[in-house]
Design a protein. Sequence first.
Length: 502
Amino acid sequence: MSDSLFDLIRERFPRDPEASFIETPGGRVMTYGEVEEATGRLARLLAEAGVAKGDRVAAIVEKSPEAILLYLAVLRAGGVYLPLNTAYRAQEIAYFLGDAEPRAVVWRPEAEAEIAALAGTAKVFTLGQAGDGSLMDASADLDPDFQSVPSAADDLAALLYTSGTTGRSKGAMLSHWNLASNALALHSIWGFRPGDVLLHALPIFHTHGLFVATNCVLLNGSSMLFLNRFEPDLVCRLLPRATVMMGVPTFYTRLLEHPGFDQALCGNMRLFISGSAPLLEETHRAFEAKTGMAILERYGMTETGMNSSNPLEGARVPGTVGYALPEVELRVADEDGRVLAAGETGVLEVRGPNVFSGYWRQPEKTAAEFRADGFFITGDVACMAPDGRVSIVGRAKDLIISGGFNVYPKEVELVIDEQAGVRESAVIGLPHPDFGEAVTAIVVPEDDACPPEAASLIAAAKEALANYKVPKQVFVMDALPRNAMGKVQKNALRERYKDSFS
Ligand code: AMP
């Protein structure tokens, strides 16, 4: 008996091969019959390219229905899916590929010349947003009847890179059962039912759009309206046909600001879900006032998938992330791992079938983030009510979340510190009406008389980093505030510059 996530999903495909799985705003429909055949062809192509059990397949491609097929085909071939954000620059991609050593790499066709050299010995394919490129071409004539490679529950299904405060990214190893157990739990607690239509406007290189949204739809055997990105106009046009939407908080603030958005558009909707960053209570309330619907906030992370959710039936309390998912245990502990009483604030720890097995080739880092009894230390600061309801109060690791994307200050600081005229820097997130938080750099010049120019620092950051990590503003200070232990006091910086974007 195989515990492959692909087999679990396939068992639930609708009997009618003409049933729609993905519909694009342009009217293109991808049916479940096509998913069955195309993933068979692609899995065969990967196998012929040498992808065997446990081999990584990296995808650095734009969002498209074919990219979802690639994800499923990798599972079917017994491989390990490794999606990367297309915003990454060559330097960043070189690190990921060097670390993960994929057997095959799928690029965007337009990036082929620039980065093919980074692929090393991996087999290279291309996939464009329109489904063009060598991946689909080379598989077109292959036999779709491909026996899926059996996988055990603990076998790796995906490697998702997250970052650390040291600036080095770590690959979170996720097994078939990590993903399957989480998808089954979410499918159940969010009441997925026949005929549900999910509006999908999230990126698919991240756990939210790839696993939470897509796997729920697949387990439900139903369809999704698939947008390349979040565009309020398009969302408003398609909402009347959807029943469920999953989004980051920025989606909801943008909808609220959009003149065309109103209650009438939500007539068919049964559920709006938010996560990946804190949803402001203010946004929750404004959304409910406008639409009559309370956004359901949930909480999770790359390493664990989803951990908690507000209830489908019952109070969805603004500013809280609800209760532990079925089979998932949550507790709040102090730095030494002592479990705290209800109402006390500490670091949230989690144990359950959703929790990853460790960081790729980093046993020490893995060991440092797990307690002896198997609980994973999330690094999120939280407080749990006596009935188990969780509120996330902050982030222990100073992670910045800008427009739903995680930015680790250290990585940006390293780039800024390299620039001429910079002695040191501190990168913080400041409240921003659109992005939630805006990446901001505070720079100490080598020579007070001629501080580096903000524009040239921003330009240098753009060269080295994905756009969402680039500071939106740069401030100059004589010295960074530090505590007695020599640690930069980022809270003081946040306080000082807090109104910069309001
Ligand atoms: P990622 O690994 O990209 O999914 O980011 C995970 C981090 O996002 C968590 O560790 C939290 O800090 C944050 N996060 C996710 N969902 C929420 C939420 N509903 N409220 C507050 N923070 C959240």
